[in-house]
Design a protein around this ligand. Structure first.
Ligand code: ADP
Length: 288
């Protein structure tokens, strides 16, 4: 996976938007974050050999985030520590229903440049997943991957409408997007869109997810859980989907497994509380 590492501070509030005046913050949770780091941690928890390419500041938050990632077993050799760099701190306001509002900015640790990517690291992978990353760096990684026949998935998040990522979108085999992001990609009509030869995985929150692919549409309604914190659910979902696909599984199985990972992640606070293979298995068995 490729992208930078954040530090996430999750603040629980009664409702969103948080009202002015009196503070409604009820609890706090902190952990390493950043979409690529979350996906990497989730893949490692799902027993997939995973390396992260990206960067982190050498400040306290960055050092903590790196240490947490080390414990997940993700290979961090490709993670650059930016000297004097400030790690991005994101504040996630989470309400009673698990809905999230994100505040906070970018850090110096988004600064990984195309020339700082080790081609061997990318080209020796089975699959590359791209998220929060400079457009030119993401494009470089996607190009390196394609040259070597390595499959690419991309989760552009809110940057989906940013034309700077068009090259990366065009180089991706699989695009992950939620409802709003899918509308930004194509308005309803996958088959007439520029992405009609790609696989687009549409995440639908509590309603599960849909795969749009050249061979047709495949849907899974998701799992009914009481969500506590949906931040990171999309990252756990992506990890579940990728884990099944690189193991040769079909879209149906990938969707079911990804929805189970997303639902399990939504039941826990924080973006890196990811399920293990055993927990996903037990959850799926209990839902039959
Ligand atoms: P993102 O967080 O990337 O915007 P979603 O909110 O759609 O994406 O969540 C990603 C996935 O996580 C969903 O497709 C689903 O599998 C799971 N998920 C998210 N919210 C819930 C929920 N409330 N109940 C069950 N599963 C959920």
């Amino acid at each position: 996976t490729a992208g930078h590492v954040n530090w996430d501070v999750t603040l629980r509030v009664d409702r969103l938007p948080a009202p002015d005046g009196e503070s409604r913050i009820r609890s706090r949770h902190q952990s390493g974050g950043g979409s690529a780091a979350n996906v990497a941690a989730a893949l490692a928890a799902l027993e997939v050999d995973t390396a992260l390419v990206g960067s982190v500041g050498d400040d306290d938050h960055g050092l903590l985030a790196r240490r947490e990632l080390e414990r997940t077993g993700v290979d961090l050799e490709g993670v650059r520590t930016v000297e004097g760099g400030e790690t991005a701190v994101k504040y996630l306001l989470v309400d009673d229903g698990g809905e999230v509002a994100i505040l906070g900015g970018n850090g110096d640790n988004e600064a990984i440049r195309p020339s700082q990517v080790d081609p061997d690291r990318v080209q020796s992978a089975d699959h590359v997943h791209l998220t929060s990353q400079r457009p030119e760096t993401a494009a470089r990684i996607a190009t390196l991957a394609r040259e070597a026949g390595v499959t690419v998935s991309f989760d552009p998040g809110r940057r989906v409408a940013d034309r700077q990522y068009d090259e990366v979108l065009a180089a991706s085999d699989v695009i992950f997007a939620n409802g709003n992001e899918v509308t930004a990609l194509f308005d309803g009509e996958y088959v007439d869109s520029p992405y009609a030869d790609r696989v687009v995985v549409e995440k639908r929150g509590s309603d599960g997810a849909v795969v749009h692919s050249p061979s047709g549409t495949c849907e899974h309604a998701g799992f009914d859980v009481d969500p506590v914190d949906t931040a990171g659910a999309g990252d756990a979902f992506a990890a579940g989907f990728i884990a099944v696909r690189i193991d040769g599984g079909g879209f149906e199985r990938a969707l079911e497994y990804a929805n189970a990972c997303g639902a399990l992640a939504a039941r826990r606070t924080g973006t890196q509380h990811v399920p293990s293979v055993d927990r996903v298995g037990a959850f799926l068995e209990s839902r039959w």
